[in-house]
Design a protein around this ligand. Structure first.
Ligand code: F6R
Length: 264
């Protein structure tokens, strides 16, 4: 595990976008696992800027998102499809047939989960998976109590996640109650994981991730076992973590280390 410390949200976003951009420019084919939510928004803005400034071709880039709400059409303004369009896809030119999200509007959700696992396998797995983290330690929509053995599956969202996500909707009643998400086992198969966290509200979850016991009560703790995990967190998100822990885990001051990871 590597922990990259950022001053604040903007610096976290810059470090994360540099890592994603590096993965794009140094690989002949790259499969990026992508996330939605508030955390990666500026990361995507900065990635768009780097891609435009360098005129980097994206024909070798494939993206596979973590999750999608059940029951929303892809063009619904609250869907994760729409989020990805607005924050990333419409600004750059990854071939449309190379961008993938679960279809939450399908009638057979179980077949969709199976299709999604097969899709990931047919791409040779995910090279670099971007993750945010929930206040309760969820990753993707894998809420506390989810088995570490899960593949892509349907989840009932917890009241706390529904409440947290209500900020993106006009009212809490509009927030869907279910989602399709990559499972913990799916996420763990990614070759490299890049987890981002910003702000005091994530401090307890980040402390658990870095110092806690591995337990299904806090899904993110399983990432301690991942062979190539990079955590990029700002000082507020790291405020409950002991300095000793950071030294032990391999705190790094800048993103140059990334050129030495197994992934690239
Ligand atoms: C998003 C996702 C979620 C979020 C998490 C943090 O695709 O799977 O796990 O990463 O809920 O959300 P924000 O970034 O809004 O705090």
């Amino acid at each position: 595990m590597k922990v990259l410390i950022a001053e604040d949200y903007n610096e976290m976003s810059k470090k994360a976008s540099d890592i994603l951009f590096h993965a794009i420019v140094t690989n002949k084919k790259v499969v990026l696992g992508l996330a939605t939510g508030g955390t990666p928004i500026t990361t995507y803005d900065l990635l768009v800027e780097s891609i435009k400034a360098s005129k980097q071709s994206l024909t070798h880039v494939h993206t596979i998102n973590l999750d999608e709400y059940v029951g929303l059409q892809s063009d619904c303004r609250h869907s994760y499809h729409r989020f990805m369009e607005e924050h990333l896809f419409q600004h750059i030119s990854i071939p449309t047939n190379q961008t993938h999200l679960p279809n939450g509007a399908t009638t057979d959700l179980h077949i969709e989960c199976q299709r999604y696992e097969e899709l990931i396998a047919s791409h040779g797995g995910i090279d670099l998976q971007l993750l945010g983290i929930g206040k309760n330690g969820h990753i993707g929509f894998n809420e506390p109590g989810t088995s570490f053995l899960t593949n892509t599956h349907i989840v009932n969202l917890t009241p706390s996640t529904i409440k947290a996500n209500a900020r993106f909707f006009s009212s809490i009643d509009e927030v869907p109650k279910q989602a399709i998400t990559m499972g913990i086992s799916t996420i763990m198969k990614s070759k490299c994981i890049l987890l981002l966290a910003s702000g005091k509200s994530k401090a307890t979850a980040i402390k658990e991730l870095l110092e806690g016991q591995i337990t299904e009560k806090c899904p993110a703790t399983i990432l301690q076992k991942h062979p190539d995990l990079i955590v990029v967190a700002d000082k507020d998100a790291l405020s409950e973590v002991k300095e000793d822990t950071l030294e032990k885990l391999g705190k790094v001051q800048n993103e140059l280390f990334f050129t030495k990871t197994t992934f690239s």
